[in-house]
Design a protein around this ligand. Structure first.
Ligand SMILES: C[S@@+](CC[C@H](N)C(=O)[O-])C[C@H]1O[C@@H](n2cnc3c(N)ncnc32)[C@H](O)[C@@H]1O
Length: 389
């Protein structure tokens, strides 16, 4: 799509093309294109409408109930923040007293709309003209300009949000110095604006963060989706894990420096959520449940009672075996296990190869956790404890 096609999609002819494309959603691409053309829709408008409808079909997590109305680009959708994460962040900014915020590199406007919806005066700056035009449509309560975020006059705002592009030429980039806007400018923002929030890759090298910031790791239904640095007065704890389960957020905070006790395995083992692990809050999580580690470097938490918590998945240990393929295969055969969930921490084994080598058959399900203690590699056969609530 280009700017001209975006404009045409908003004319009555374009709206009709989008409606038609919507009716054909899910059907064969070529057949849908010829059906649109047979109804008099010019080929390039038909293509733009079909692409838009296909993107909208994948946009529910990022744009919620508005997924069927927003204007999208493929690259913009991939980079957009999920609606529940954006909404929660915006509410926290509002509660902290932010009144005017600049979203510096606002993409399609997922964060920007959430900020504007709280009543904070919202400005979006986006370098790419088509993306900026989409953001202006997607966030009608914000002021969007197309340009370089580094030129924005920060004296107009008391808060900034920056989610730098971690792609270049359609490829992911991993080094912060390759981000856009450039990282040295991004990390200087907290010195210039009181309320600064930076969205980061979950694997960011924590040594690169602005000093004194709070590092928040966010997961949605078990997937770690982002990290955010909350700077200045917005930082209220060194580390925070925000874990969304079925749309409900749960928060765990701490210093990230606590160490957990180490002792032999117990009757239950809990696999902490990735946000808890990456926020270095495993010891804090273990402490709230009287848990411990069996190896100080491995984030499986052991306990003698089940840990029922949104911050991890708990398993009742059925059998604990020193790892041996032959023995594991025999045990699974005896237990008639045909469906096996395999998790691992601290094990170099190739899970899919192992699954093939186990030659599973039988009516029963089971979970297998591969790990090691200081002594040896371990295989834990286990049954999931039902999640809370
Ligand atoms: C990761 S995306 C932002 C996604 C956005 N938070 C959302 O949820 O939709 C980063 C955006 O920054 C834009 N960008 C990169 N460098 C920029 C610059 N110097 N000035 C303005 N925008 C820039 C890119 O075009 C891209 O759309």
């Amino acid at each position: 799509m280009d700017l001209d096609q975006l404009a045409r999609l908003r004319t009555p002819e374009g709206v009709a093309a989008l409606d038609l494309a919507g009716e054909l959603a899910g059907s064969d691409e070529l057949a849908a294109a010829s059906a649109l053309r047979a109804r008099g829709v010019p080929p390039d408008l038909a293509a733009a409408a079909l692409t838009q409808i296909a993107l909208r079909g994948r946009a529910a997590a990022k744009f919620g109930a508005d997924a069927g109305r927003v204007f999208l680009t493929r690259a913009g959708l991939e980079q957009a923040t999920r609606e529940i994460v954006a909404t929660r962040r915006a509410a926290r900014l509002r509660a902290a007293g932010s009144t005017a915020l600049a979203d510096l590199g606002c993409g399609l406007g997922s964060d920007l709309r959430a900020v504007a919806a709280t009543g904070i005066r919202a400005y979006g700056v986006e370098a790419d003209p088509l993306t900026a035009a989409c953001a202006a449509l997607n966030a009608p309560d914000a002021t969007v300009t197309c340009g370089d975020a580094q030129e924005f006059d920060l004296s107009q705002v008391d808060a900034v949000f920056c989610d730098p592009a971690r792609r270049s030429g359609g490829r992911r980039v991993f080094r912060p110095e390759d981000y856009s806007p450039p990282w040295d400018w991004v990390v200087s923002l907290p010195q210039r604006v009181p309320h600064t929030v930076l969205k980061l890759a979950p694997g960011i090298d924590q040594a690169l963060l602005p000093p004194g910031c709070e590092l928040e790791l966010v997961s949605v239904d078990g997937d770690v989706v982002e990290a955010a640095a909350w700077c200045g007065p917005l930082a209220t704890t060194p580390r925070r894990a925000t874990v969304f389960r079925d749309g409900v957020p749960h928060e765990l905070t701490g210093t990230g420096e606590q160490t957990a006790p180490v002792a032999p395995p117990g009757r239950y083992v809990t696999d902490p959520d990735g946000a808890v692990v990456r926020a270095h809050l495993v010891a804090e999580f273990a402490a709230t449940h009287g848990g411990w580690l069996a190896d100080s470097h491995i984030a499986y938490i052991w306990s003698d009672t089940p840990i029922v918590s949104p911050f991890g998945r708990c398993f009742a240990v059925d059998e604990l075996l020193p790892f041996s393929l032959k023995r594991l295969r025999a045990t699974l055969r005896d237990r008639q296990v045909g469906r096996l969930e395999i998790l691992k921490r601290g094990s170099a084994l190739d899970v899919e190869q192992l699954r093939r080598d186990l030659r599973l058959s039988g009516p029963h399900p089971a979970s297998l956790l591969l790990t090691r203690t200081a002594a040896a590699p371990l295989a834990i056969l286990a049954t999931p404890v039902p999640p809370p609530g």
